[in-house]
Write a protein that binds this ligand. Structure first.
Ligand code: BCO
Length: 562
């Protein structure tokens, strides 16, 4: 059937306009966003009809143990149409339904992502570090009808499934069968190959990310077909500097927007190969050896990864084809850029953005890099530094990093925090969207990051809400109360630090052992990346007159500002 299918597509190749200059004009807001847009049918299927030279695959996946899969755009189309039929057939999903996909870096994640676009099912990715409690919260908050995961996480899902009244279907990606779960590969084998992609409006919801804030549990950031698909064109072309002959390796976990930028929309808009290493455990040597063995031209990673890589003697490695390096998710220090450059000859081009708004600043290829700066505003954004009244500040003055929105929101913005209009509205001050980050702009328009204006912790590129960690800690009998703040760290930029007040019966316990016990406890209750890497036991916490914990006082002490 595949041979027939290929022949059929071969015949269609000449009728395949993919007008990238239109998408560029839309990305720059020089052309209206089309009423209808679907990345699968308007971009991926168009690439599959174009004779590309060189014929790089669309997806190149390896697992480091000999496992490898390479799919052309055509094969990606073929497989993802079958997955679309799995979703709308046996999984019983309809357009607008929501699906939670918690998968490691395996090819099925890319198929499901694409299949959701084809069916109009709203894709909600999650990191595999999520615990049963995190999963339960996400299932209830999103009202997802289906969840997809692997063997390792199926017991966690089963342990909470009975509490999740909206959940109808569990789909497992596994070699073995599990009771009450549909098996992905069984269904894929039986699925028909023909599927008509739904026609989606640019404003239709496409994906939801759970993202942490200062208060409460993670909020649902909703993106549309326009904001997500069209929104990443400029980023892929100018920041990532991608062409059809490039091979980009973006290391992000599949649960974060960075995976969408670096592994899906950024590369695939430009016809570029997305290279993926399964890498279940982070290992700098594996990264360095992979760069020596595979023709990766573009590397995209969190600064923490670069910090870990420069601990090694990089001159011992000869990277096969690497020519462009990118970082994002947290600030990269000038020293690390310097070390990377002196050992590899390559610059690191920093990009800055958020789950809500994609990439808003960047060091585009060819631009002068000012180490330590986030670069300049990226089209279509007008980024400014403003004061608390919403007035633009002059160069050099510290204020809120904000985006001018004028009459209408940039089309690249998230549509809303689902079920939270108050929170959605709170991001706007006058004519500006407030990022929650503080910074300044220099005379040349470069933005300099200073820190968060709230209590959110950015550690190793993760956005961590202190409330989530404090809520996990309080579940331990030793903890009376705690305050969680950021603390400086040479490798991770900042780490989570918990100030803990112990209950009387635990005061005589071995503090070192107790700290480890609390760390393990947090890793079990919530996603382990949030665990407090530093713990200090205190008699009491600083509080306001109304009893509110003064996290800022503790944070300032950590960062030496008191
Ligand atoms: O460091 P530890 O060993 O003490 O702890 C680690 C893990 O060992 C532990 N853990 C993981 N799974 C566990 C577990 N413990 C118990 N049970 C389990 N099942 O938890 C800790 C997790 O920390 P980690 O994820 O930082 O691990 P690691 O191996 O040090 O990874 C380093 C990085 C740099 C690869 C990782 O931190 C990372 O991927 N960071 C980047 C995050 C990212 O992509 N952020 C971008 C978000 S999108 C965005 O910012 C918008 C931009 C437009």
């Amino acid at each position: 059937f595949l041979t027939f299918y290929r022949l059929f597509h071969q015949c269609r190749k000449t009728f395949a306009p993919l007008n990238l200059s239109d998408y560029e004009a839309i990305g720059r807001c020089e052309q209206e966003v089309p009423e209808y847009f679907n990345f699968a049918s308007d971009v991926l299927d168009k690439w599959s009809q174009i004779e590309k030279e060189p014929s790089n695959p669309a997806l190149w996946w390896i697992n480091g143990k000999g496992g490898e899969r390479k799919w052309s755009f055509e094969e990606l189309g073929f497989e993802s149409r079958k997955v679309a039929n799995v979703l709308s057939g046996p999984c019983g999903l309809q357009r607008g339904d929501r699906i939670i996909v918690i998968l490691p870096r395996i090819p099925e994640w890319w198929l499901l992502n694409t299949a959701c676009m084809r069916t109009g099912v709203v894709f909600i990715p999650g990191t595999t570090q999520l615990t049963a409690k995190d999963i339960c919260y996400r299932l209830l908050a999103s009202k997802a009808k289906c969840i997809v995961t692997i063997d390792a996480l199926a017991p966690a899902v089963d342990s909470v499934a009975s509490q999740c009244q909206f959940l109808k279907t569990k789909l497992i990606v596994s070699e073995s069968r599990r009771a009450e779960w549909l098996n992905f590969s069984d269904l894929l084998k039986a699925a028909p190959a023909v599927h008509n992609c739904v026609k989606t409006r640019s404003q239709d919801p496409m994906t939801i990310y759970f993202t942490s804030g200062t208060t409460g549990f993670p909020k649902m950031v909703e993106h549309s077909y326009g904001s997500f698909g069209l929104g990443f064109f400029i980023c892929g072309r100018y920041w990532m500097n991608l062409t059809p002959s490039d091979v980009v390796w973006s290391m992000s976990d599949t649960g974060w927007i960075k995976a969408a930028i670096g592994n899906v929309f950024g590369p695939w808009f430009q016809g570029t190969c997305a290279f993926v290493h399964a890498m279940p455990q982070f290992d700098p040597k594996v990264i360095l050896n992979t760069l020596c063995r595979y023709p990766v031209t573009t590397l995209c990673s969190a600064p923490t990864v670069y910090r870990m890589l420069v601990q090694h003697d990089l001159t011992r490695y000869t990277f096969k084809t690497l020519k462009h390096c990118l970082s994002g998710g947290e600030p990269v220090n000038p020293e690390v850029m310097e070390q990377w450059k002196s050992q590899t000859g390559l610059n690191i081009y920093e990009g800055y953005g958020q789950t809500e708004i994609g990439m808003i600043c960047g060091n585009m290829k060819g631009m002068k890099i000012k180490p330590g700066s986030l670069g300049k505003a990226a089209p279509p954004y007008d980024v400014q530094i403003i004061d608390e009244k919403g007035s633009v500040l002059p160069p050099g003055e510290e204020g809120d990093i904000a985006i001018k929105i004028d009459a209408k929101r940039p089309f690249t913005f998230f549509t809303r925090y689902v079920d939270d209009p108050v929170k959605t509205a709170s991001t706007i001050r006058g004519n500006f969207y407030i990022t929650g980050d503080r910074g300044s702009m220099d005379e040349d328009g470069y933005i300099w990051f200073m820190g968060r204006s709230d209590d959110v912790i950015i550690s190793s590129g993760y956005r961590i809400g202190p409330f989530e960690v404090e809520s996990a800690l309080i579940e331990h009998p030793a903890v009376v109360e705690s305050a969680v703040v950021s603390s400086p760290d040479a490798i991770r930029g900042e780490v989570v630090k918990a100030f803990v007040v112990l209950s009387p019966s635990f005061k005589t316990h071995d503090r070192k052992k107790l700290a480890c016990e609390l760390q393990d406890h947090v890793k079990k209750v919530t996603a382990p990346y949030k665990y407090p890497r530093k713990i200090e036991f205190v008699e009491q916490l600083p509080k306001t007159i109304t009893g509110k914990i003064k996290r800022s006082e503790l944070r300032n002490k950590e960062w030496g500002q008191i």
